[in-house]
Structures are given as C-alpha cells and as structure tokens.
Design a protein. Structure first.
Length: 531
C-alpha cells in the first residue's frame, strides 16, 4: 500500500497533528520508546531567574553500548529546559544529565530506540561516492527543492495553504529563513525592549517564535520534505538580526542547533547571499561553522549560499555546495564544472525564479525553469525552484517570499523529472566525459541519458563515450518529452558496439528518429544478459 503525501497532510490536519512522529511527553516522564531517527525529548524544570539562556548550561549524555553522544539542551521559557535527541541506532539508550544548576544535574533514565516506522528512512547524508545524497538507511534522496523564504512566519491560514500546496507538489526540500525578510505574522525572534526596530535583546530569545518555527519543521517532515534552515540573511538591516556581535552570534547558533538539530529533516544553511552581509568576514563565517559543528551532535548537512562571490565549498565543514548561478545550468557542462571544483554534491538553489515580474531575477519561463533542472541533472548536480508572479501584487507576497499557492507551469514537469530520476540508477547519475564535449549522463555500461534542451533535432545519431569494451551490449531506448511528460519506447533493441577508440555506436540502428520538438531526451537502459 502506498501512502500519498496528500493523504498524510489531510490526516495530520484532521487530527491536529504537527509532529514528525512526535512523541507524547511530560516533564521527567519522557517516552519509553522512540523509533530510530525519531525525536526523543526530555523536559526538565529548572531555574527561571536571571538569564537562563546564557547563565544555565545543560546537556545530556546518551549511551548505547560503546557509543556515547552528548546533546546540548536549551531553555524554552517558564522555567522549562529541553533536550532533544535523535537516536542513530536501535537498542537501549541510557542517559545522564549534566548542568551547572543542581536541579538539572545528575538525572538519569533510559529508553529503547525501536525499528523505524514506514516512511522513516533517516536523515539525509552525502552518498559514498561523494556527489549525491542518500538517507541514513541507504534510500536515495533525489533533490527537487523550492524556496519560500518566510512561509514559516506567516499567518496560520497562509501556512496551511502552503502546506496544502506542498502536499500536491514534487518538492522534497524547502529553503526557509529563521529571520523574516518580508511582511510576516511573526517578526521577533528575540525579546523586545522597546518599540523601535532594533529594540530587542540578543541575549534573550523569544521561545514562542522558535516554537512556531519548529512546528513548521515538523509539518514539513510529516510531508517527507527536508527543511533547509537558513540562519542569516542580508535583507532586513533595519532590525539587524544578522549583524550581531560574535558572542551573540555564537549563542544564537548554539540555541537553534540545540532546538532544531534533532529533527531528522533539518539541513543547515549558514546564510543566504552571505557576501551581502557586510558585518561578517569570511573568518567570521568559518568561526560560526565551527560553532555549528560543535553544537550539532546529529551532524546535519551544512552549506552557505552566495550571490556574487563563492565561499570555498571544499572546506571540511561544508557538506554540499549551495550555489546561486542561473547561467551555470544553461548547459550541463558548466554545471558539471562546479561539481568538479567543489568536489562535493552541488545544488543550484537559485537559478532565477519562474515568474513574470520586471526584475531579471524573477521572470524565467516555466520552460526555461524545467530546462535548467534537466541541465543540472545532466551535469550530475541538482537544481532549486521558486516563483515570482506579478499577479501576487508584490514579489514579497509571491511563493518566493510567503508561500501560499503555485501559479506557474513547472511543478508538474518537475514531478515528471523526479519520476525519471527515481527510475534511474542509485544514488544518482553523473556526466560522462563532459570535458570532451559530450552532453551525456548516466552510469557507464548501464544507463545513458541524452538531453537536447531547446533544440529540435529530427534524429539522434547514436554515439556514446566509452573506452571499455564491457560497456557494449544490448539496450532498450525511450524517447522522453520532458515538457509534455511522455515516455515513448523505441521499437527493437539497440546493440551498442565499438565504433572507434572513444565511442560506442549502434551500426544496425544508426540513429533514433525524434519528433522535432524542444526539450526532448533519449534514455538507454541495458538489458541484463538473462533477459
């Protein structure tokens, strides 16, 4: 039985559920069992006087056999402290609290981590080949992401509308800001000290704000969507949330890591367009990544996003490159070059947005949006989506800024692309000899994909880069119409054999006729010898 994302969303709304397998708990009565990669939470009563955010330290040491993981806690207001842990293994876990407050120190307990429930594949990690993504249980994660900067900060009704849209959409990753960048219902992550835009205390968090935000993370998790949480942004200097002192930055990063890090669908993006935040140097960003790594025992994925100047994605704390560059996915070879230099998975999270506004960054046609996803795929990389349509009245009120509903035509075609990706080899496909001018991707000797973009050839003369004779053999071919979302099987079997020193040809077939429409592709899949 297949459970649809739409059904999960409908059930969650009907029951008032907003938990990623959220456990029931009360202070000092944590759950006895939590599934592997689920969320185990302990709530404790402790000191509420002074400034508990800065003055009280709490962590819990979790132990399972020879494995020990120390997890930091956080203050949630009203004298309540919480520690959240996502067990990476099944079995019995014992725990011991550690704190500079007597009421929080020396407490002990245990719980059992059970087998994961259906649909729980664990957090996303970089695949063993270093260029793709898989869940902790080995299930491939084929990224089709979108961006809604401040959706999590909108009204309850607008958030419900966004979630309903996502339940019908192909997106499996959402980029979202902690600090608001457009008009929002929630705007105060810190306790206010006055009525001015900068009248807030960086040493005192607003727990209600963060509870609201984490509820949105849970709801995305219910839909099987990764939450790419962006910690800093340059768009609201009037409030200055991204311009704090180093001490305040450190406290903020540690707080969000303790608060959100146990949710298995969390990714970290240190900043959006980091190079526009003039109050921080590269050394500051390096330092904050060090704080994040130290504060996150769950070791979630980490990136940073640019506008004009790239961060060095080869640094060890970066797990994958998050890049803004639309021209890089105008063809597959430029996309692959980014991967070759990053030496890590690459997601072009911003390639210009589908829309019709008068800004050059927000008037991409749906056809070009889909084409950029395909070029990214052919380069062995991944691409992100968003929308900015003028009918919203203001780009800030569009899907990009606030979420809501989708108006463009790309989403169904991206769902079709996702299906093509899922039918391909795991964990993903790579460009094949792109530096020699081949626009071919796949897995040599097993799977080949050729994409023609906006050209409209009448045929494709079969020629595939290969130096190994073992890549020759029998293949079945399909013609894929990426815009009209059709797959047409080519009659007969394609017999690939050595054509020259560098290529495989198909002398019996010669070429495959194409319908002379743009956005076509050809797929070849090897027939097993037993077939």
């Amino acid at each position: 039985m297949t459970i649809s994302r739409r059904a999960v969303f409908a059930n969650a709304m009907a029951l008032g559920v907003s938990g990623l397998a959220r456990p029931a708990f009360s202070r000092m009565h944590p759950p006895r069992e939590v599934e592997r990669w689920g969320l185990f939470e302990i709530a404790l009563d402790g000191p509420g006087s002074g400034n508990p955010f800065r003055e009280t330290r709490l962590s819990i040491l979790f132990e399972n056999g020879g494995q020990a993981i120390e997890v930091p806690g956080f203050y949630d207001g009203d004298g309540v402290y919480r520690v959240r842990f996502s067990p990476p293994e099944t079995g019995k876990w014992g725990w011991t609290s550690q704190s500079n407050a007597n009421a929080l120190s020396g407490l002990i307990g245990e719980f059992a981590a059970t087998e994961p429930q259906r649909g729980n594949h664990g957090p996303v990690r970089v695949s063993n080949d270093g260029f793709h993504f898989v869940h902790a249980d080995g299930t491939p994660f084929r990224q089709i992401g979108t961006t809604c900067y401040s959706w999590a900060l909108q009204s309850e009704e607008k958030c419900r509308q966004t979630l309903a849209t996502l339940a019908e959409a192909p997106f499996n990753k959402m980029r979202m800001l902690v600090f608001p960048n457009v008009a929002s219902a929630a705007t105060d992550p810190f306790l206010r000290t006055g009525s001015g835009p900068k009248d807030w205390d960086p040493a005192r968090f607003n727990p209600a704000y963060f509870r609201r935000f984490e509820d949105r993370i849970r709801r995305l998790g219910d839909l099987g969507i990764e939450a790419d949480v962006i910690l800093y942004q340059p768009y609201d200097p009037s409030r200055g949330y991204s311009d704090m002192s180093r001490e305040d930055d450190e406290a903020y990063v540690r707080y969000v890591a303790a608060r959100f890090g146990a949710f298995r669908n969390v990714w970290w993006s240190m900043a959006n367009e980091f190079d526009l935040i003039k109050t921080k140097s590269d050394e500051d960003w390096d330092h904050l990544f060090g704080i994040l790594v130290d504060a996150d025992p769950h070791d979630r994925l980490r990136s940073i996003h640019n506008i004009r100047r790239y961060y060095d994605h080869r640094k060890p704390w970066i797990t994958h490159a998050s890049i803004q560059n639309g021209a890089a996915v105008d063809d597959s070879i430029r996309a692959e070059l980014h991967r070759a230099f990053a030496e890590k998975p690459v997601i072009f999270d911003e390639v210009v947005y589908e829309g019709d506004i008068d800004k050059r960054w927000g008037n991409l046609s749906a056809e070009k949006m889909v084409e950029r996803f395909w070029h990214g795929l052919m380069g062995g990389t991944y691409v992100g989506h968003s929308e900015t349509y003028a009918s919203s009245g203001n780009p800030d009120h569009s899907w990009l800024g606030q979420g809501g509903t989708l108006q463009g035509d790309s989403a169904p075609r991206l769902a079709f692309l996702k299906r093509i990706m899922e039918e391909g080899p795991a964990p993903g496909i790579d460009a094949i000899q792109p530096w020699w001018g081949y626009h071919v991707a796949g897995r040599k000797g097993n799977y080949y994909l050729v994409y023609f973009g906006e050209t409209s050839p009448a045929k494709w003369t079969i020629a595939l880069p290969a130096r190994e004779d073992s890549d020759a053999g029998s293949y079945k071919a399909d013609i894929i119409d990426s815009w009209n979302m059709t797959v047409t099987e080519v009659e007969g079997v394609i017999e690939l054999s050595r054509g020259n020193e560098y290529e495989l040809h198909a002398p019996k077939t010669g070429s495959i006729a194409l319908p002379q429409r743009p956005y076509m592709a050809v797929r070849l899949r090897r027939i097993a010898d037993s077939d």
